[in-house]
Design a protein around this ligand. Structure first.
Ligand code: PML
Length: 261
């Protein structure tokens, strides 16, 4: 890192990924990933914590761990609002998926596209690093990122303690949900975004969510326990500028701001 690294004018984007070698020995299988955007003073602790998490994740042993740190000029960071959190519990995956479809339709996604999103995640044989982008009307996949998917990056909350108390007030208290609310809030602030659907690839974590431009609706169970495949789908307007959207998802630094108590 060059000069001025501890200056308040900069934050640091920390990205950590764990992967396993595929059967062929060539293709890497995504195991776990995490993102933070922190000050220079916080960096050592955050890197240690993320590293610890990557080492103890539940999806198998890593053959490769990649850590990338980039200095970010604060003037390039956009401040965006957090989505409002709701949580719903269901007796079965089928019921949760039924509500998922109704929620997505409510958020402006066609029923065909909503069903397609669920099927695409259900039919994955291995988890993707990023998400798939679908046309919100036809359900057609419009990105060309293949099995990798489009990964959102360069994001965090603006104020850690305010964010944690916002999560607690919303009845949420775990790291997965913390990261997912930040990711979904960033996605929701993109121009041509309509909605998102996601459930985790953690075999012990069965809560997923649907999100709109305003709401982050948690639904449980979105899959059966011991299923280690999950995924993420973004629904976008039919005339979306995909280059612009993907550039925003991957590169635009954002900090998520929560409403005051
Ligand atoms: C993921 O692991 O990326 C998905 C996390 C889903 C979190 C759902 C929640 O508990 O709010």
């Amino acid at each position: 890192m060059s000069e001025n690294k501890s200056s308040p004018h900069y934050l640091f984007s920390i990205r950590m990924r764990a992967a396993a070698n595929g059967n062929s020995g060539h293709e890497r299988q995504h195991l776990s990933g995490c993102e933070r955007l922190v000050s220079y003073d916080q960096m050592t602790t955050v890197v240690q914590n993320l590293f610890q998490r990557i080492l103890t994740h539940t999806r198998g042993e890593a053959d490769n761990i990649n850590i990338q740190i980039d200095k970010i000029d604060r003037t390039t960071i956009r401040l965006i609002p957090a989505l409002k959190i709701e949580s719903l519990e269901f007796a079965s995956v089928e019921q949760a998926h039924g509500n998922t479809i109704a929620s997505l339709v409510d958020f402006g996604v066609s029923e065909i596209a909503a069903r397609k999103g669920i099927e695409l995640i259900k039919n994955l044989s291995i988890s993707m690093r990023g998400g798939m982008i679908l046309n919100t009307i036809t359900g057609e996949r419009v990105d060309s990122s293949g099995a990798r998917g489009v990964r959102l990056s360069h994001m965090d909350c603006e104020n850690e303690s305010a964010f944690l108390s916002f999560l607690a007030r919303s009845g949420v208290g775990n790291e997965k949900a913390r990261e997912a609310v930040i990711l979904a809030s960033k996605a929701a602030s993109a121009k041509d975004y309509m909605a998102e659907l996601c459930w985790s690839d953690d075999p012990y974590y069965v809560t997923g969510y649907v999100a709109s431009k305003e709401i982050y609706r948690r639904l449980s169970p979105m899959k059966l326990k011991n299923d280690n495949v999950g995924g993420r789908v973004f629904f976008v307007k039919p005339n979306a500028d995909l280059n612009d959207l993907i550039d925003f998802f991957e590169h635009q630094p954002v900090l998520v701001k929560v409403p005051r108590k």
